[in-house]
Design a protein around this ligand. Structure first.
Ligand code: HH2
Length: 284
């Protein structure tokens, strides 16, 4: 698994080493996420799960308070804050790994960063809230720029490409420029092709096959195939039965240069990546 450069990602006051792929464990504090909505009714239970994810191999935890599944509607920022802030506060002081917050809103990001969060994960790639980049820059935090078109409510109609990998690449390049213009340091940025966001299943498979197209953006690649509907379209299974598909997609993404794999099934994906790594190193 030869990593595309770079092998480090700056996350506020720390640096995440990416010589080997890092697993990002998903904690959704939402009633309606497509695969794990409603799982946690209080922050302590969510924190127990986050601790377990770290033991299972997660190198970073990503918490979200708003579902972005296809067709989802935006929730008010007060509601998003109510869902995530108690978790972020506890996670930052008690988890040994960086905490990422999945939000598109600058007010939510600002409050989470004030609590000590290390990364903002923006599924809109700085196209939703014009203040978000400035807020992230002010805190010196990490920023994931994910590719999508439109909003979760209308993205399905926007899945029209002549060359999906090439167009995602150039739209991510524009997102990187927006981030730099808003003052975010290059070493704090990571990019994500947005599997399933304004992509048909066939386009998601093609993007995974052609991840190398994104290497020359020069930033760490985050990939989130976890339990998504492109796997369901192929396997005809509900989200919780897409674990094997998630492992295969994660391993193949890592072999094509992904450095951060955003998944629900941390133990399974971490184990698979360790085996791949050991083979790559020629160990038993
Ligand atoms: N996918 C989802 C949410 N956030 N962030 C990044 N960087 N990459 C992704 O692929 C990605 C993401 C959607 O998955 P999930 O959080 O499980 O579902 P929901 O949006 O329904 O909460």
């Amino acid at each position: 698994m030869d990593p595309p450069s770079p092998t480090q990602w700056r996350l506020r006051d720390r640096t995440l080493g990416l010589d080997t792929p890092v697993v990002m464990g998903i904690i959704n504090l939402t009633p309606d996420s497509f695969s794990d909505g409603g799982e946690f009714d209080d922050p302590e239970r969510a924190l127990d799960r986050a601790h377990a994810m770290v033991e299972e191999g997660a190198g970073i935890i990503d918490v979200g308070g708003e579902s972005t599944r296809p067709g989802a509607r935006e929730i008010p920022e007060e509601e998003e804050l109510r869902r995530i802030l108690p978790f972020v506060r506890a996670a930052v002081s008690r988890l040994p790994v960086p905490v990422s917050v999945d939000t598109r809103k600058s007010a939510v990001a600002d409050a989470a960063l004030e609590e000590g969060a290390h990364v903002i994960n923006d599924v809109s790639g700085l196209s939703h809230d014009p203040e978000l980049g400035t807020v992230v820059a002010r805190w010196g935090a990490g920023l994931v720029l994910m590719h999508m078109r439109g909003t979760p409510a209308d993205m399905r109609e926007r899945a029209r490409y002549r060359d999906v990998a090439g167009e995602v690449r150039s739209e991510l390049e524009a997102a990187l420029t927006r981030a730099l213009d808003q003052g975010v340091s290059r070493e704090c940025l990571a990019v994500d092709p947005g599997i399933g966001f304004a992509k048909t299943p066939a386009q998601s498979f093609e993007l995974l096959a052609r991840l190398e197209t994104l290497h020359d953006l020069g930033r760490p690649l985050v990939v989130g195939p976890s339990r998504k509907s492109f796997l369901g379209a192929l396997l005809e299974r509900p989200p919780r039965e897409r674990v094997a598909g998630t492992i295969a997609a994660s391993v193949l993404a890592a072999l094509r240069g992904a450095r951060i794999l955003r998944v629900h099934d941390v133990r399974e994906v971490s184990d698979a990546l360790r085996v791949v790594q050991a083979v790559a190193e020629g160990h038993e």
